[in-house]
Design a protein around this ligand. Sequence first.
Ligand code: FMN
Length: 193
Amino acid sequence: MTFDPVQVSHLIKNRRSIFPKNYSGERVADEVIMEMLENANWAPTHKMTEPWRFTVFCDEGIESFADYQAERYLKSAGKKPDADRLKKLKSKPLMCSHIISIGMKRNKSVPKMEEVAAVAAAVQNMHLTATANGVGCYWSTGGVTYDKKAKAFFELGDKDLLMGFLYIGIPKADKWPIGKRKSIDKKVRWIKK
Ligand SMILES: Cc1cc2nc3c(=O)[nH]c(=O)nc-3n(C[C@H](O)[C@H](O)[C@H](O)COP(=O)(O)O)c2cc1C
């Protein structure tokens, strides 16, 4: 089997987080979303637990998602909800074409860290597939991510983990950002003898 390593590196380095304010409002074809999900399913997984679980929200489903986030926020915020936060929770999802909730189905046969790592690898597969298709997305751990009571809405049990959301949209024409990283040299140690 052969792959073009230059193309692979190019794809990896040009994968960017692109945020809803930079989406054009066009709808991403469901076929692209399905390809992203299919590729997510090929992430590595110890003991083949395949712990990733996704819910795809699109069309009116996005409104249900936004309403749910806002409702949960109002329930948890007490008497003085922050009006700006509430507005963002409602409006940001509506800028997206699709939103995918990222869940981890806990399987006690491997340590939790390994299950989280497998789901993160699945998300990276989705993100790279989106990039290859010119589709923008970003992994959000905002909203109801850490709200334990929200798990059931995404069909996750108490022991499972809600790991956030992939916000997805077609980027505005000039909105593919340039990335930056500090050099790998200071993050690696080589031992040769
Ligand atoms: C697990 C995880 C959670 C993230 N959560 C957020 C988030 O809640 N809000 C946000 O603006 N970006 C979030 N990001 C995206 C990062 O901000 C982004 O990956 C980083 O700025 C590097 O940019 P790049 O993805 O374009 O390389 C998250 C990324 C990861 C991997």
